[in-house]
Ligand binder design. Structure first.
Ligand code: PLP
Length: 353
C-alpha cells in the first residue's frame, strides 16, 4: 500500500511470479514464465490464465490432471511421448471422478501439442487439468461447469541431473499410500497428492531426495510421483496395480523388458526386500528413469546406478528421443519454429502422429 492508502504499488497477486534466476529452489522445478496457456478452448496470455477463488476443485481437490513430456528428436523435430495414453488416463480419471471433459479426445491431444508450439517448446512438460468450476459450493458439485486448462513449461530432470546419473537417496515415509477404497488410485487426481506432498516434505526435511510410500498393509507402493522397480538376481519386480497410479512409464519399462526377453514380476514386496535388492529405480514421466542408490541409509547394491537400471535408462531415452524405430508408435511429432521476433506467439506447424 502506498502512503496515501492507495493500492497501486501492490503487486498483483494473480500475476505469475517470475522467479527466473532468483529462487533458491531454481534447480527444483521453478517454472519460467512463457507466453500462453490454453484455457477452455483458446490460448490466453500467460498472466491472464486465472481461475476464480470459488472454483469447486480448488476447495475439494477433485480435478483430473496429467503430466506429459515432449523431447527433441535427433532429426531436429520434437515429439510428445505417449500422448494417447496420457490423454486416455485423463479421460479415465475424469470418468472415475464422475464428470465429462467437454472436448473430445483428439481436441485435447491437439491442444496439448498446440500449447507446446505456441510457447516455442521443442522440449517441455505439458500439464492438462480438468476441473470443476465455480457455481455451487459444498461438496456436491451439482452441474458446475467442467473446465480444461493446458499449460506447458520447461522442466529439467525432476530429481536432478546428478540423481539421474548417480542415483538418489530415498526414505520410507511415515505416510501410507491410500487404501484402494479410500481414494480412486487409478485416477490421477489433485486431491490424492496431499499425501505425496507431505511425504516429499518429510523426506526432504530429513535430508533425502524422495519418499517411498508403503501401502496400508505395509508393502512397498510408490514414490510421491513415481513408480518403483527393484532387481535381484536378474529378476525385475514392480508393485502391482492395487493402490498405485498406473504409470505410463512403468508400462513402458514393462514393454521394453518384454521386448528384451526379460520378465517383470508384478508382485507386492516388502521394504526389506527393497533394502536387499541389487538395484532399484524410480520411473515416471517427470522423473524418467532415476536410479535409487540408498533406502533408509542402506546402500542399494553398490550404491550407484546398476547395469540393469542403466540399460533401461538408455532404452527409455532412446525411445523418447526417437532413436528406436520399434517405439516410434509412442511418438506424436511436432515442430517449433525459431522465434525471430521475440514477440507474441510463434507460427506453428503440427504434423500427424
Ligand atoms: C504418484 C505417482 N505415481 C507414479 C507416477 C508415474 O506415472 P507416469 O509414468 O504415468 O508419469 C506418477 C506421475 O504422474 C505419480 O504422480
Amino acid at each position: 500500500m502506498n502512503s496515501s492508502g492507495g493500492s497501486e504499488c501492490r503487486p498483483d497477486p494473480h500475476t505469475f511470479r517470475d522467479l527466473t534466476g532468483t529462487s533458491r529452489f531454481k534447480g527444483l522445478g521453478v517454472v519460467d514464465k512463457l507466453r500462453s496457456i490454453w484455457m477452455d478452448g483458446a490460448l490466453v496470455p500467460w498472466d491472464e490464465a486465472k481461475i476464480h477463488v470459488l472454483t469447486h476443485s480448488f476447495h475439494y481437490g477433485a480435478a483430473a490432471f496429467e503430466g506429459i513430456r515432449s523431447y527433441r528428436l535427433d532429426d531436429g523435430r520434437s515429439a510428445v511421448f505417449r500422448l494417447r495414453e496420457h490423454i486416455q488416463r485423463l479421460f479415465d480419471s475424469a470418468k472415475i471422478l464422475g464428470f465429462k471433459i467437454p472436448y473430445d479426445f483428439d481436441a485435447v491431444s491437439d491442444a496439448c501439442v498446440e500449447t507446446l508450439i505456441a510457447n516455442g517448446l521443442a522440449e517441455g512438460y505439458v500439464r492438462p487439468i480438468a476441473y470443476i468450476g465455480d457455481g455451487v459450493m459444498g461438496v456436491f458439485p451439482a452441474d458446475n461447469p467442467i473446465r480444461l486448462v493446458i499449460a506447458a513449461w520447461k522442466w529439467g530432470a525432476y530429481l536432478g541431473e546428478e540423481g539421474l546419473k548417480r542415483g538418489i537417496r530415498v526414505k520410507v515415509s511415515t505416510y501410507s499410500r491410500y487404501a484402494p477404497n479410500s481414494a480412486m488410485t487409478r485416477a490421477k487426481v489433485t486431491g490424492h497428492y496431499v499425501t505425496g506432498v507431505l511425504a516429499k516434505k518429510e523426506a526432504k526435511a530429513l535430508g533425502y531426495d524422495e519418499a517411498l510410500m508403503l501401502d496400508p498393509d505395509g508393502y512397498v507402493a510408490e514414490g510421491s510421483g513415481e513408480n518403483i522397480f527393484i532387481v535381484r538376481k536378474g529378476v525385475m519386480k514392480t508393485t502391482p496395480l492395487t493402490c498405485i497410479l498406473p504409470g505410463i512409464t512403468r508400462d513402458t519399462i514393462i514393454e521394453l523388458a518384454r521386448d528384451l526377453g526379460l520378465t517383470v514380476v508384478e508382485q507386492r514386496f516388502t521394504r526389506d526386500e527393497a533394502y536387499i535388492a541389487d538395484e532399484a529405480f524410480f520411473c515416471g514421466t517427470a522423473s524418467e528413469v532415476t536410479p535409487i542408490r540408498e533406502i533408509d541409509g542402506r546402500p542399494i547394491g553398490r550404491g550407484g546406478m546398476g547395469p540393469i537400471t542403466h540399460k533401461f535408462q538408455s532404452l527409455y531415452f532412446d525411445a523418447v528421443r526417437g532413436r528406436a524405430e520399434r517405439y516410434a508408435k509412442w511418438l506424436r511429432s511436432y515442430e517449433t519454429v525459431p522465434d525471430i521476433s521475440g514477440l507474441g506467439q510463434r507460427p506453428a506447424k503440427a504434423s500427424a502422429p
